[in-house]
Design a protein around this ligand. Structure first.
Ligand SMILES: *Cc1c(COP(=O)(O)O)cnc(C)c1O
Length: 393
């Protein structure tokens, strides 16, 4: 074991490289045909009407907050167990982030907590919910939709961990993450640790045509992309900026990589599931395990998380053995930035308990069987040889 084993890494093939090189030799480095090709393929993959590729997942979340009309003072509910971008997009628009606790069994936003928050205030107090398919475990969006409708809220699905994931709805149908059936908008990220990478990149999916066309404009400075909707026309050179937007475009170079990566998405998903199943079996019932990710069919296993006794000791021991496990995530309400709004320790018990013990183990399609066994052996060694299983915290 020479190089350290990371918790996640990209999988780039010769085919991917060829696809990128082809673009470098072409006429279009950005705003060319590859963006549309990538969007079309991604639409097919998640089963949605519209897909818009952007510069990264955070830009995708920002644009979603704008089109959901988040205004200063608007209250939006989300989970603290997620990457900072999920909540930050609300702050970009001046909204107030209201963190609700997680369900300790799924690690996802607990719908019962959300309901309690909604019930405790007059209708209209809260504007929306951002759910996160954390670790790749799909949120039951059908239940969230029912709740959201009751209170007149929109839903953004942060599906950055979950391309290819699905949940089973009450009619026994598979509902793929980001398919727009229940959430108004969904976002994906193509950062190198995610399932599909473009280096930096993101995607917004929706079934809502109106939102889609507005997002198209906002991606490019707020310039109207549809000729027929322009107010004036001065001639051939004319374009029209109708609202304040951004340059959140992805390039053709990145899109070619994404399109090529997407071709292997399903086979890589199978590998992730196999790795998760092996961890599950190896850790199940061990006395040092408090809880572990469940194996459910639609889980897309961006992360394999388990809660360990003496987690901090284990991280150090694994690090010493060339294994870089990670903690996902530090609860956002405990970040100094969010503490400024009054959040503190003790506010969200399940999230904080989870944070004390959670660990993400290496999982990525090219993780070899012997590497995974090495990780499992080292975990067992740690608890066997050092008597650490007795030091419970
Ligand atoms: C990666 C990630 C993001 C942000 O995506 P970037 O492409 O890095 O901007 C947002 N939410 C979650 C849950 C993520 O994992």
């Amino acid at each position: 074991m020479t190089k350290p084993i990371p918790y996640g890494r990209q999988n780039i093939t010769q085919e991917d490289i060829d696809a990128v090189v082809e673009v470098l030799r072409s006429d279009w480095l950005t705003q060319g045909p590859k963006i549309r090709e990538f969007e079309e393929a991604f639409k097919q993959y998640v089963g949605v009407k519209y897909a818009l590729a952007v510069s990264n997942g955070t830009a995708a979340l920002h644009l979603c907050s704008i089109v959901m009309d988040v205004k200063p003072g608007d209250k939006i509910i989300t989970t603290p167990i997620t990457f900072a971008a999920t909540a930050n997009c609300i702050r970009y628009c001046g909204g107030e982030v209201v963190f609700a606790d997680i369900d300790p069994d799924t690690y996802l936003l607990d719908i019962r907590e959300v309901r309690d928050i909604l019930m405790s205030a007059p209708k209209g107090t809260y504007k929306g919910i951002i759910v996160v398919d954390f670790t790749g475990r799909p949120t039951d969006l059908e239940c969230f939709r029912t709740l959201a409708n009751e209170f007149g809220l929109w839903i953004i699905e942060d599906a950055c961990h979950a391309p290819g994931g699905y949940f089973i709805d009450s009619k026994r149908n598979k509902q793929k993450c980001g398919n727009g059936q229940f959430a108004d908008l969904a976002v994906f990220s193509f950062h190198p640790v995610k399932h599909i990478t473009t280096g930096e990149g993101g995607m917004i999916t929706t079934n809502n045509e109106e939102l889609y066309f507005r997002l198209c404009n906002l991606r490019t400075h707020g310039i109207q992309q549809r000729q027929e909707l322009m107010q004036f026309n001065h001639g051939l050179w004319y374009y029209e900026m109708q609202e304040l937007g951004f340059n959140y475009r992805i390039t053709d170079i990145q899109s070619a990589l994404g399109r090529s990566q997407l071709k292997r998405a399903d086979e890589n998903l199978i590998k992730r599931k196999e790795i998760a199943a092996l961890y599950h079996e190896a850790l199940n019932g061990k006395d040092y395990i408090i809880r572990q990710s469940e194996l459910i069919p639609g889980h897309s296993f961006h992360l394999y998380v388990a809660e360990f006794k003496n987690r901090n000791g284990l991280i150090q021991y694994l690090r010493n053995n060339g294994i870089n496990s990670q903690v996902h995530y530090i609860p956002l309400h405990l970040m100094p930035y969010y503490r400024k709004f009054g959040w503190k320790e003790g506010d969200l018990k399940h999230s904080e308990d989870y944070y004390r013990h959670c660990l993400s183990l290496p999982i990525y399609p090219t993780l070899r069987h012997e590497e995974q066994n090495f990780v499992i052996d080292k975990i067992n060694d740690f608890y066997l040889h050092s008597g650490n299983q007795r030091k419970t915290l």
